[in-house]
Design a protein. Sequence first.
Length: 345
Amino acid sequence: MSLANQASAVSLAPGKLILSGEHAVVYGAPALALAVARHIRSQCSIRPDAAAGLSWSLPDLQQQGTLSWVDVRAQRSLLDNRFAEFEAGKLSAAEILQSPQQLVLYCLALCLPESDPACHLELSVSSQLPAGAGMGSSAAAAASVLSLAAAQFGQSLAKQKLFEMTRYCERLCHGRGGLIDSATVSFGGLVEALNGVASPVPDAVLSGNWFYVNTGRPVSGTGECVEQVRQGFGGSDIWQAFTAVTEQIKTAVLQKQDARVAVRENQRLLETIGVVPERVARFARTVEAAGGAAKISGAGAVRGDGGGAMLAYGISEPELAILCADFGYEFFAIEEDSDGARLSD
């Protein structure tokens, strides 16, 4: 039954954090990512008193607008054309999307029925995820809107199909669909990626004190980081060491063991390949000196002081609060989201 007959509907999609393997996965090593209970929330309702079409709003960005269904479909065509120009070398990946709402509109358009809906839909998308800080905000936005729009127009999306559609939409953000981000926000829980395939890890529950630390938005993009690592370490055997440490972290999570040694080693490897700013490395050492462990979670950075997302583990919240205050970093305790993108009450 379509949700068009209901007053309103809500969907949630979690953020994600990479526990290990963020660069190594490019070289055939495994990567682990966790869905985190900080969400992108999409809400829609029907306005029977308005002409058929869409009213959209992004409250966090103070942006809103109204479009006919013809205009919504035109956004999809526009972005498909821009992606084709990117593939032809005429645009950079950063030039595909021209504004944040375009991803939202594209996801909605992908779920429209063949005939324009005879209703006026109000859609609002809000976020608890910091943009550009390694938490998969674009994938979560896509998964949230897709879940809601598919249900709105009477479609049923199994998790695998949602993952595939999320990855397809997210290609507009980075020039390619993010395997790890799209899988983790869609499936929820712990996800392992290996050789181009992402699969949920059953019976994996995060235990112990895990925290997200925001070390500042990187000034270098993911693509720049990946390319610099490729130039320096593309043919290196360091990826075998990454494989070993990822397996250690996976075992620690599954068996509820202490992961501090493995997390520290992971951080050392990330520093070796050059994606940890010096200031962020100093913060990791202060966490270690307090008895914990910390590592970059995501692409990191090859320029500037900000390294994006970081994981801290094995340290108490009051101790971490003091260390983060000294560096001017924000943090929060990580709570796992085991459900992934879904409709919500």
